[in-house]
Design a protein around this ligand. Structure first.
Ligand code: ZN
Length: 208
């Protein structure tokens, strides 16, 4: 199964994430209460259209090279809200249409707003960062229900810790990133006298 991370493209992405404050290094208090040494919020990079386009061009290039086709999928779909703009920009890079799926009351995702996937259409599921992969997994279930053809997943960042977070479904990403976190009582950064206290990621000055 394809599980590709491009090295030059990974370097470009990680540099862009740092330059836009989308990847912060330090001592962070997460909303879960855990502490971490890194924080990733791809929306901070994706808010810049030219950077979003460049990252999606790299991702599309990786996918085309692996598939050996100019247009290896018929459409891109991303789970809202996080992947709405990414799915759109990746669709533009691949020259296909871009959709988003919305979480529905009672669980799972649905296509609304007149979006549809025809039986047999080849679908690329886009996500900015794959951590647990839960939302993507639910979109894959939706696509199976709709009778989609071949499916694959693409993300900017893989922080799942594995090569195949979606089992046999091919997975493309630009960069792998570890973001270790700990319960506050076990945090090694708290134990380090040279490190300041944990802060919420948005509470310190952001790089330009
Ligand atoms: Zn700590």
């Amino acid at each position: 199964m394809a599980a590709l991370a491009g090295s030059a493209a990974a370097d470009r992405l990680l540099a862009g994430l740092r330059e836009t404050g989308a990847l912060l290094e330090g001592h962070f208090l997460l909303s879960s209460g855990r502490h971490a040494g890194r924080y990733v919020q791809c929306a901070r990079l994706l808010q810049h259209p030219e950077r979003s386009a460049a990252a999606c061009a790299d991702l599309a290039g990786l996918i085309r090279a692996d598939r050996g086709e100019e247009r290896p999928f018929d459409l891109v779909v991303g789970p809202a809200m996080g992947a709405v703009t990414l799915a759109y920009e990746l669709a533009r890079a691949l020259g296909v249409r871009g959709l988003f799926a919305e979480r529905v009351a009672g669980g799972g995702f649905a296509l609304r707003r007149g979006f549809s996937v025809a039986p047999g259409e080849r679908v690329l599921v886009a996500e900015d960062v794959v951590t647990t992969g839960r939302s993507v997994g639910e979109v894959l279930e939706l696509l199976a229900d709709l009778g989609a053809g071949e499916v694959a997943v693409a993300s900017l960042v893989n922080r799942s810790g594995g090569d195949a977070p979606f089992g046999g479904t091919p997975y493309y990403r630009l960069a792998d990133l570890e973001v270790p976190s700990w319960p506050a009582a076990e945090c090694p950064l708290c134990a380090d006298p040279g490190t300041g206290p944990a802060v919420k990621p948005g509470s310190r000055p952001e790089p330009e």
